[in-house]
Design a protein around this ligand. Structure first.
Ligand code: BG6
Length: 333
């Protein structure tokens, strides 16, 4: 199946540790971030980089080989529990949004993850710059979501600067019980001006509109552009979605696997003012396009594992010289 559920009764052994400098490859460095929080900095030799906080297993920076930041992080972001960091790539698990009894977007984004020193083998190519993190429930977590799991997150930077996130979630319940979850990579892309941006790949699809009691609608045939608040969950989306930033002459391409849905969110001016860790005008410079599994929640029996992957590329303007042709971007492999 596309979400790559793998059944296995083999017990997995995990070693986690609090990182110290020198524990990683030359492409990965442990550093102190805001408020003294641990972060891992990934660097590729051409100059691209990424940063991941252990708090939230949260990617907060992705830069191309010119050192340009490709993700949006709010100037008002609070790097402190229980608030998730506003921007970058929060992980929504085990619940997307308010679609269940847990706190909004679940708790993975405001827990401290650990470095996984001995992850099970990866089916995807191993890049030089990568880090493996793991989240397991604490006793407190089990009180609010009574399940045992291992959530492994690999963050990898490709030689050309592509950013890959792979999540592997395994049910390790010993009581024989399955569990069910929804999931999203809540990626905040940095854009020059939201009014100049369009999204390709979601035309004609059905979506739930969060601003209209999650009623179901069908998108028109045109590329999606922005002139007011948007909060939609597109269903059964293609494996590639493109975000075209005309002013920056840059196209982001999202490739995804195991994540059929895509959330598109921009709070616009009024909602922006109501979000305490978000600047009043910052909505102009961000767009969330979130690879997700929401409409059909994932159920895992004990021993089963689910995998969900997203790969982000930023195609520079020269590549799209003249007119941007999203179809070519979408059709290329
Ligand atoms: O403020 P939060 O909890 O990070 O959520 C931000 C937004 O996240 C989006 O994914 C949701 O669709 C929105 O409804 C929500 O407002």
């Amino acid at each position: 199946m596309s979400s790559e559920k793998v059944s296995s009764s083999a017990a997995t052994s995990t070693t986690t540790f609090t990182p110290s400098s020198g524990a990683f490859s030359p492409h990965v460095e442990l550093a102190k971030g805001v408020n003294g929080l641990d972060k891992l900095v990934l660097r590729e030799f051409r100059g691209s980089s990424a940063e991941v906080y252990l708090y939230g297993g949260h990617v907060t920076s992705w830069k191309n080989d010119h050192g340009e930041e490709l993700l949006f992080v709010s100037s008002k972001a609070i790097y402190k529990p229980p608030k998730a960091i506003r921007g970058g790539i929060p992980i929504c698990f085990p619940q997307f949004g308010s679609l269940g009894p847990l706190e909004q977007h679940g708790f993975a984004r405001n827990r401290f993850w650990a470095v996984d020193t001995d992850p099970p083998p990866f089916p995807t190519p191993t890049y030089r710059a990568f880090v493996d993190l793991i989240l397991k429930p604490s006793e407190e977590d089990i009180k609010i979501w009574p399940h045992s799991y291992e959530f492994r997150l690999r963050v990898a930077l490709g030689p050309g600067g592509d950013l890959m996130l792979t999540s592997r979630i395994r049910n390790t319940n010993t009581d024989g019980k399955p569990f069910t979850f929804t999931f999203a990579y809540h990626t905040y892309f940095s854009v020059s001006d939201i009014s100049e941006v369009r999204v390709e790949g979601l035309e004609t699809l059905d979506y739930f509109d969060n601003l209209k009691n999650r009623e179901r609608f069908t998108e028109q045939g045109d590329a999606i552009t922005f002139e007011s608040e948007v909060d939609k969950i597109y269903l059964s989306t293609p494996t590639k979605i493109a975000i075209l930033d005309h002013e920056k002459k840059r196209t982001f391409v999202i490739r995804k696997d195991g994540l059929p849905d895509a959330v598109v969110w921009n709070p616009w001016d009024k909602k922006a003012k109501a979000i305490s860790d978000f600047g009043d005008d910052e909505y102009k410079h961000m767009l969330c396009v979130e690879a997700a599994a929401i409409e059909k929640p994932i159920t895992l029996k004990p021993g089963e594992e689910w995998k969900g992957r997203q790969e982000l590329s930023a195609v520079p303007s020269s590549y799209c010289s003249g007119q941007l042709d999203p179809q070519k971007v979408l059709q290329s492999s």
